[in-house]
Design a protein around this ligand. Sequence first.
Ligand code: AMP
Length: 408
Amino acid sequence: MNILVINAGSSSLKYQLYNMKTEDVLAKGRVERIGMDSSILTHEVDHQPEVREVSEILDHTTAIKKVLDMLTHKKFGVLRNIQDIQAVGHRVVHGGETFSRSVLVDQNVKLEIRKLFDLAPLHNPAHMMGIAAVEANLPDVPQAVVFDTAFHQTMPPSSFMYAIPTVLYRKHKIRRYGFHGTSHDYVSKSAAEFLERPLEELKLITCHIGNGASCAAILNGKSFDTSMGMTPLEGLMMGTRSGDLDPAVVPFTINKEELTLNEVNSMLNKHSGLLAISGISSDMREIVESMNEGNEKAKLAFEMYAYRIRKYIGAYIAAMDGVDAIIFTAGVGENSDALRKEVCKGLTFFGVRLEEQRNAVRSSQPRRITTDDSVVSVLVVPTNEELLIARDTYQLVLERPADEAESP
Ligand code: AMP
């Protein structure tokens, strides 16, 4: 079975085509600048040069049509015809309290995702455009939705409630949801496999450290707590996001700087984090390079970033009354040995013994970076959110009742 995985944004769309027999990626690519002039489709097939096509792509339906044309292209394609796509899986950022697992798309699911637009106004409407675009191009193909929030729906109220009047939760569902769920789910399963222990018996802390960043406490295979909240702004310091801060900073800044609420919101999401403190970049590679050249602001940004991760790890060890393994993943977590070292240097009390040489190794495979006698294992586990979306979609399609399978 071939499954097309789609991550639709408001003006962009990423895709990966999986052969589920082998779990190989047959092709992948992205469409950028949808709705603007000179939209760009970039398409990649293993071991072949990237193909770039510039054209006018006014909406998501045309974008999907272009992707399908490329996938079945005589020279650059990998499929004979579009009937060779048996299912489509979509990444959806917000599933609210409605979705605690991935589901197949039907009228009711679409209605429920629409009801969640308020909670993810930048993301969910774009995902719906992606779903509609696939429907228009592949009307008979089943579609599944995989939510960033679903994995964290197992959090107990003591983890997910904010200490504010509960009427706000009842009326508007203001609570902590958590994100990067697909990644935390994927790497926790990979880590259990690597450790050769049942996931249901493990206490894990997963650190998804990329452009966006979050930690999760995973107790017996279930999310117990995570650092992101109602939106992906809470928690760790990130590339351009502030993470945790005293909410009183918001009205204070509005008054002192004569800014609007929207301007402060934009400041906290797009002009804070590593970028604000270093004054250089939101990219950890540039921060480390500049710090090594003696830049004090870059050093402070690096230390604050690592310190916040270390604090969350400490908190989650207390939350779970112990930890078996700490897992680093995503762009920074997988690639920056300097960051991992800085985080782990404050964890010796808990029995973490980093092995410098292991930490410096680069590999695309899961690996241990602590000594063999370290009480707590620290692992680097590459994440693969698209593969998990493809696997969930595959499973849902296999489980479909026979009558639905005949007439989707
Ligand atoms: P992600 O959001 O998971 O794609 O992560 C993207 C981020 O990973 C980039 O913004 C970089 O800051 C970071 N990154 C990628 N490669 C490296 C590296 N070799 N060292 C440090 N950070 C890296």
